[in-house]
Design a protein around this ligand. Structure first.
Ligand SMILES: Cc1ncc(C[n+]2csc(CCOP(=O)(O)OP(=O)(O)O)c2C)c(N)n1
Ligand SMILES: [Mg+2]
Length: 741
């Protein structure tokens, strides 16, 4: 039976569903019933307190088995959600794998005991690690499809390369692959659903969205989430889509719908959306009781639609199996689930020692010496970089040392794009012009700060392009690109607007490696202009907030203070195998302070290496970003007016940070100030100060002092901005006071 289905799938020549053989129908029933048996066994285990969570597929089996049988595991790509037990079983996840998840066993192939059960992952089957967050995965499917398209159009870019992340990412692709992204009807209210169908539609991507409409999002009925109660009606006008709305309780209707959807996608016509009406036969999860919010008659009506009971009647009605034969099959499947559970409960548990494995890449350490080039190859040529990014074409006539941070970020992007064809750059306004014909008469935009100027012109619109104005879209797609082995280097236009992407950054990008126990990774780079001192930037163009991100394990956080560091650290960020948040201080983009010569296309700086930008013996000042020039000014005054020698340490990267450099300096000076532009309370400096107090207490001759902004936002009126943000005078005062101890 299984063989008949599998061979049809392998060859891609499915018989029309109406012509399904008896064996194929029995196989469909087998998969549906096996899924229910696993559910019921898991429910039992949870009630016996042998496991800790359960969320069922009951009622969704027909829709999911139809979807799985229309697609190809290990060939197409799958972005399921927690309700997709039957889908994953039909794709090849075993009942034992599922029971290992329930047990939280070390050998749980999805997460090694880190995630709840039914949070899927299988590299071999192309099932990408699932989170609990509703709808985030839809954007990953979009990015995945974009990456598949890029590899198919340019197969040469898939070639392995040594010396960067590419050495650790095997690329697989097929010209006619599709990505399946599943979601509950309630979760279609998330912005990410709309952001995903926007890009899939616009770019005609081969993504099949499956909306599993069971009428409830926990206790909230569909009409509350969806105006008019029907998602199909709302999405109907998106171009390039193939739509179908089906009875999700009928596996044959489902198979037919997904075959048609896949044919549309594989032919390159665009995405598809299959809206299946199904039933949720159990409560939302074992932590929920639907009797609290559903009427008895409604629940009974759902039971009458049970797709398993229906398929059973069909097999009997069509004379395919007798009731006795079905009973026999069901007993076998229940025994299979029970046996899988028993074995899984004996499996070894994860060790406490392994908890921190896979927070970051174990393959490529960005602090390693290989990222330290001996000397920059000093040259006045910024390698074609738009001088003061965007002000003109080549920067070849500048004298050595004259390049701004903006120039050297632009030239790093350009050099890396020349070196690594897997890099794509996108974000809001980053292209020179989406309507390329304009470029014959216009010089191009290239970012609101012009950091990406000229890149679309050199590398083409497939590699440098504008995104929709939607930050979750930018980061969510980057995850999809990165997990396929591409290198998205995306821009969030202003730090102040990173928040719509926060969910993707915190719950997806930063932890996909850890939660999948090292199976998946998304080493994307997010460049983010940050900070104030702009005179008029006000609240929404001056924010800092880096500690929110250094408080997120899995993310590297970089914050350069000058042109050369920005160039070398960005290169490491791009070559590295971890996701990197790359903060660029807007005020420093074109400052006279910190300009440098073009250091050549191989200049890199390892992460976690602070730099002493001013040596001193009396006091240590630990800081970064725009406070570096302000601290330098204060230190000069302190020396001139008070004879105090301040040592200034530029951290350069905030995660990892160079504890050894801090400790060494504090041991020498015995006095320390930690300063940053961001608000004082709960800021980045609190962690550093606490650690110094904890580990270097005996070395201190004075308390650890902190400097930061007032605990408020940055105001528009310059008089207020000056008072809110730390100024050289504040730093000078702190230096003098600390020396008085
Ligand atoms: C972003 C986010 N918000 C809230 C939740 C909590 N939550 C989990 S499932 C769920 C309801 C989802 O309903 P629906 O999309 O219809 O899927 P179903 O469970 O019915 O299959 C909610 C609110 C979550 N996991 N993620
Ligand atoms: Mg629902």
């Amino acid at each position: 039976m299984e063989v008949a289905i599998s061979s049809a799938r392998a060859s891609g020549t499915h018989p029309a569903p109406d012509e399904l053989s008896a064996q194929q129908k029995v196989e469909i029933y087998r998969l549906m019933f096996l899924s229910r048996s696993v559910d019921d066994r898991e429910v039992l285990l949870k009630r016996q307190q042998k496991t800790f969570f359960q969320i069922s597929t009951a009622g969704h089996e027909a829709l999911q088995v139809g979807a799985a049988l229309a697609l190809r595991p290990g060939y197409d790509w799958f972005f399921p959600y927690y309700r997709d037990g039957a889908l994953c079983l039909a794709l090849g996840v075993t009942p034992y794998d599922m029971m290992l998840q329930a047990a939280g066993a070390a050998t749980d192939p999805a997460s090694g005991g880190r995630q709840m059960p039914r949070h899927w992952s299988s590299r071999a089957l192309h099932i990408v690690s699932t989170s609990s967050s509703t709808a985030t995965q839809l954007l990953h499917a979009v990015g995945c499809a974009e990456a598949g398209r890029a590899f198919s159009r340019h197969p040469e870019i898939a070639a392995k390369a040594e010396g960067d992340y590419r050495a650790f990412h095997d690329v697989e692709f097929h010209g006619d692959e599709v990505a399946l992204a599943c979601v509950g009807e309630g979760s279609t209210s998330q912005g990410e659903f709309w952001e995903a169908i926007n890009t899939a539609s616009n770019q005609k991507l081969p993504v099949i969205f499956c909306v599993e409409d069971n009428g409830y999002a926990i206790s909230v009925p569909v009409e509350v989430n969806t105006p008019g109660g029907n998602i199909s009606r709302l999405v109907a006008n998106f171009p390039n889509f193939h739509f179908s709305e089906i009875d999700g309780n009928d596996p044959v209707a489902s198979l037919r719908a997904f075959q048609a959807a896949a044919a549309h996608c594989r032919a390159g016509h665009g995405p598809a959306l299959v809206h299946g009406h199904c039933v949720r036969l159990y409560s939302h999860s074992l932590s929920d009781d639907d009797k609290n919010y559903r009427s008895a008659s409604e629940r009974e009506a759902d039971l009458m639609c049970d797709p398993i009971a229906r398929m059973r009647s069909r097999l009997i009605g069509e004379g395919i199996l007798t009731a006795n034969e079905i009973d026999e099959l069901e007993r076998k499947l229940e025994a299979e689930a029970a046996e899988a559970a028993e074995r899984a409960l004996e499996a070894p548990l994860p060790t406490v020692e392994g908890i921190t494995e896979h927070v970051y890449s174990e393959d490529l350490d960005p602090t390693r010496a290989a990222f330290a080039t001996e000397q920059p190859q000093i040259s006045s040529e910024a390698n074609g970089a738009a001088s003061t990014a965007g002000q003109g074409p080549a920067a070849g006539h500048k004298s050595s040392g004259a390049h701004t941070m903006a120039d050297l970020i632009n030239s790093c992007l350009r050099d890396e794009m020349r070196r690594d064809p897997r890099i794509v750059i996108y974000g809001e306004d980053v292209a020179d012009a989406s309507r390329v014909e304009a470029l014959s008469e216009a010089k191009g935009k290239g970012g609101v700060f012009k950091l990406t100027a000229g890149l679309q012109t050199e590398f083409g619109s497939e590699r440098v392009f504008n995104s929709p104005l939607a930050e979750a879209n930018i980061v969510g797609r980057a995850i999809g690109y990165a997990l396929r082995g591409m290198k998205p280097v995306v821009e969030i236009q202003f730090f102040d607007y990173i928040w719509p992407a926060m969910h993707q950054i915190r719950n997806e990008l930063a932890l996909i490696r850890w939660r999948s126990n090292g199976t998946w990774a998304a080493p994307a780079v997010i460049r983010v202009p940050i900070g104030g001192y702009l005179t008029g930037g006000a609240i929404y163009h001056s924010q800092s907030g880096e500690s929110i991100f250094t408080h997120t394990p899995g993310l590297r956080v970089v914050f350069p203070s000058n042109a050369l560091d920005a160039n070398g650290l960005l290169r490491t960020a791009i070559r590295c195998d971890d996701p990197v948040l790359f903060f660029e201080h807007k005020r420093l983009y074109r400052e006279t302070y910190g300009r440098a010569a073009y250091p050549g296309p191989e200049f890199a700086i390892p992460f976690g290496k602070a730099k002493i930008v001013r040596p001193g013996s009396d006091l240590t000042l630990v800081t970064y970003g725009a406070l570096i020039p302000r601290a330098m000014q204060a230190a000069q005054h302190a020396q001139r007016e008070h004879g105090i020698e301040t040592e200034i340490l530029d951290l350069r990267t905030l995660n990892p940070y160079d504890w050894e450099a801090i400790a060494e300096s504090v041991r020498k000076t015995n006095r320390v100030i930690v300063a940053h532009e961001d608000m004082l309370s709960w800021g980045y400096g609190a962690e550093i100060a606490a650690r110094i107090a904890d580990e270097l207490f005996d070395e201190l001759d004075a308390p650890v002092r902190r400097i930061g902004a007032m605990d408020t936002f940055v105001a528009y009126q310059p008089k207020l901005e000056d008072a809110i943000l730390p100024q050289p005078e504040n730093i000078l005062k702190a230096i003098v006071e600390l020396m008085a101890y």
